[in-house]
Design a binder for this molecule. Structure first.
Ligand SMILES: C[S@@+](CC[C@H](N)C(=O)[O-])C[C@H]1O[C@@H](n2cnc3c(N)ncnc32)[C@H](O)[C@@H]1O
Length: 293
């Protein structure tokens, strides 16, 4: 995977809003291949530091290669472990944090990770492929009503019931173990009507369920109280409406609790120019909050 990079979304805007103290300590809670951190590090002074976390251990080595700077320290961890890691590092708090949620294109392109219906591979979808159960376990063991619930809740899939029943019928003939097999079941139940593959939302919903993404995002705003210093900021990029709603209301709760303010009242979206150069940016939404006291 070495040499893989990607265009970080809204990177210039985030660096301008986040890096207010060049000698500060910053957290990249979803380091990925280090696209954002590379830009942050260029804005830092000699005393500045970045602590980079990712659940995907294979991303960290590539990020270190892409950045190769002693001011970056990386840890194989969930961003919810940030308070514990910062404590271990002897840091009382940080000046800023970024959470660029979701999936990276290198993960989607790697058939062996099982994220894509376009590339045949094992039905896995774990960000941390050393931990927990993969998508095949859910697809082959959950009852139809539970499958329907996640397709509806995490994928906003209108044909959730039909797809759940089709999966239960198909698995009676044998376990569904590959991404291509699952994509076929969904496509047979809901034939393609437009440009978007009919399995898109089913795969998104399974990925969110496998990685427990929404419960983790739900805990993110409250965690900021334990790590952000006064005048420090946190930026969150989301890629679908359910996640964005969680962040919007989580930030609102922080503001109502006192001592926090929204840096941007209106959500920030990429310009058409950025979307043209990087189509993945099209559904990105950025929210930034500041701790006042
Ligand atoms: C959209 S990518 C980040 C890309 C990164 N900003 C860059 O510029 O290269 C999201 C990353 O978050 C990681 N991830 C997902 N959930 C996580 C969690 N709870 N804690 C830490 N990393 C997580 C994924 O493995 C993935 O590498």
């Amino acid at each position: 995977m070495s040499g893989w990079t990607h265009a970080p979304v809204l990177a210039g805007e985030i660096a301008d809003m986040l890096i207010v103290n060049p000698d500060g300590v910053y957290l990249d809670g979803t380091l990925g291949l280090g696209g954002h951190s590379k830009i942050f590090i260029a804005a830092l002074g000699p005393q500045g530091r970045i602590v980079g976390l990712d659940k995907d251990g294979s991303a960290l080595a590539i990020a270190r290669q892409n950045i190769n700077d002693a001011r970056l320290q990386t840890f194989h961890a969930s961003y919810l472990d940030a308070p514990k890691i910062l404590k271990q590092l002897g840091k009382t708090g940080i000046d800023g944090a970024l959470f660029d949620l979701g999936l990276r294109s290198y993960q989607l392109d790697d058939a062996g990770r099982g994220f894509s219906f376009l590339r045949d591979g094992p039905l896995d979808m774990r960000f941390d492929n050393g931990a927990g159960r993969g998508a095949a376990d859910i697809v082959n063991s959950w009852p139809a009503d539970k499958l329907e619930e996640i397709f509806l809740k995490y994928g906003e899939e209108r044909s959730a019931a039909k797809i759940a029943l089709a999966i239960c019928a198909a698995r009676r003939a044998g376990r569904i173990e590959s991404t291509a097999a699952l994509a076929r079941v969904v496509e047979n139940a809901c034939p393609r009507a437009g440009k978007i593959h009919p399995a898109t939302k089913t795969f998104q919903a399974l990925r969110i369920a496998v990685n427990d993404e929404l419960n983790i995002v739900q805990a993110l705003p409250a965690m900021l109280k334990d790590i952000i210093l006064p005048k420090g900021r946190a930026a969150v990029i989301t890629f679908h409406s359910t996640e964005d709603r969680i962040i919007k209301y989580g930030f609102k709760t922080l503001v109502e609790s006192g001592g926090w303010r929204l840096v941007n009242k209106k959500v920030i979206e990429p310009s058409w120019k950025e979307i043209k150069a990087n189509p993945r940016a099209r559904s990105a939404k950025l929210r930034v909050i500041e701790r006042e006291i």
